[in-house]
Write a protein that binds this ligand. Structure first.
Ligand code: FCB
Length: 407
């Protein structure tokens, strides 16, 4: 039996575009059509069904819930801010609060308004100013309901998928553009961090807790060769720690939000910089069970990345951790094995204060469409019926008692 601290945050996460439905003013919307992808369409219709969805959240004993605000609803055309959309999110937050659930709010989760993308997106030198104007509008109104803010979800995943690998809109493939976007996103976070704190000070409420949700993989060498050890060391610094070092140097993190799913098996066949930085093992040297997207399941990696965060001396919230699978037993195994590693890191002195499963419900998994099933709650997309999975019920016991019965 393992016991988690009292006051631990337990819950699940979603993002607006993936669950709300009908986000026709976001850049992903036309892109899905152009790129011939599955359409997000009505998604889970969570924009309409959030109240009953939060009844389920409550029944699952979650005391926290992460969601995102859809910028393209708030500002559908440049400079035109929708009071109605803002009011919707006020209602959403109040619905959580009356159920005793702590909202944790992301301001940018991969999607942008179409007007923003059409005028250069995160490569336009005005991007940070535009993002801050949106943040200002939202945070002023929502500050009374929110303590925890995530400014940007997974900056490293966003800039690499959208600007280096060409996999997401705007499908750029340029290392220089990626670097520019990386710099703008860092600035956007730092400026938003300061703005949010300033607003809380102005209206005289207790200081907020602001972070990013940072994607971290366990970076492991395929073997112990000098090349691979070197590759692991530089990747660990570059992919996992650099952004945190940068943001802490600017005193722009109150806690660290971590999204953890899998490992990255480094195997550099040569000393060429491209291989050192990116080559992974293709030879199934250390096979592991995989989720339905083919990502390795590697629970001990969560322990490793959490231990890497100890030196920052900040509270850590696991803002996402989860599995897509057609076998719900695997989901419960995944949750248990990862929670054991969270517990281990607590014993090692890492100040983990919360765990949010990805995701509350099955949803639109970006370029993969609706195939992958990450949810604690099953969605029947034909009827929009919600069915609570067994894994959700087992997790609900942990949320209620703070105790994981380990076998
Ligand atoms: C993360 C994203 C989240 C979801 C999960 C599976 O990288 O933040 O939106 O797609 O992966």
């Amino acid at each position: 039996m393992i016991q988690f601290p009292k006051n631990f945050y337990w819950g699940a996460a979603t993002s607006s575009y993936q669950v709300e439905g009908n986000n026709a003013n976001a850049d992903w919307w036309p892109w899905e059509a152009q790129a011939g992808k599955e359409r997000s369409g009505l998604a889970c219709r969570h924009y309409e069904f959030y109240e009953s969805d939060f009844d389920l959240v409550k029944s699952l004993n979650h005391n926290a819930h992460r969601l995102s605000i859809e910028w393209s609803r708030i500002e559908p055309r440049e400079g035109e801010f929708s009071k109605e959309a803002l009011q919707h999110y006020v209602n959403v937050l109040m619905t959580l609060r009356v159920r005793g659930i702590e909202p944790m709010v992301t301001l940018h989760h991969f999607t942008n308004p179409i007007w923003f993308s059409e005028s250069g997106g995160w490569l336009n030198p005005l991007c940070v100013k535009r993002f801050l104007r949106y943040c200002d509008f939202v945070v002023r109104e929502l500050s009374r309901h929110v303590h925890f803010w995530f400014t940007i979800n997974e900056p490293t995943v966003y800039f690499s998928h959208a600007y280096l690998w060409g996999m997401w809109p705007p499908q750029e493939k340029s290392i220089f553009k990626m670097k520019a976007v990386c710099d703008y996103l860092n600035d956007a976070h730092i400026e938003a961090y300061r703005l949010i704190h300033k607003i809380y000070q102005e209206i005289n409420i207790a200081p907020p807790a602001v972070s990013i949700a940072h994607h971290m993989q366990a970076i492991v060498g395929c073997d112990q060769s000098l090349k691979n050890r070197f590759a692991v060391a530089i990747r660990r610094q570059l992919y996992n720690l650099q952004i945190l070092d940068y943001l802490t140097r600017h005193k722009a993190l109150d806690f660290i939000g971590v999204n953890y799913y899998s490992r990255h098996l480094a195997h550099a066949h040569s000393w060429w910089i491209g291989n050192l930085l990116m080559e992974t093992c293709q030879e199934k040297h250390h096979p592991l069970k995989k989720n339905s997207l083919g990502w390795d399941i590697y629970p001990e990696g969560l322990g490793t990345v959490l231990l890497d965060l100890k030196d920052y001396k900040l509270p850590v919230i696991i803002a996402e951790n989860g599995i897509c699978t057609g076998d719900d037993n695997e989901r419960w195994e995944y949750i248990q094995s990862h929670l054991k590693n969270v517990h281990l890191s607590l014993q090692q002195g890492v100040n983990v204060t919360g765990y949010l499963y990805w995701s509350l419900m099955d949803n639109f998994e970006w370029a993969h469409g609706f195939g992958p099933r990450f949810g604690l709650i099953n969605i029947d997309y034909n009827t929009q019926q919600r069915t609570v999975r067994d894994s959700a019920k087992k997790f609900a016991e942990v949320c209620k008692t703070g105790i994981l019965e380990v076998i």
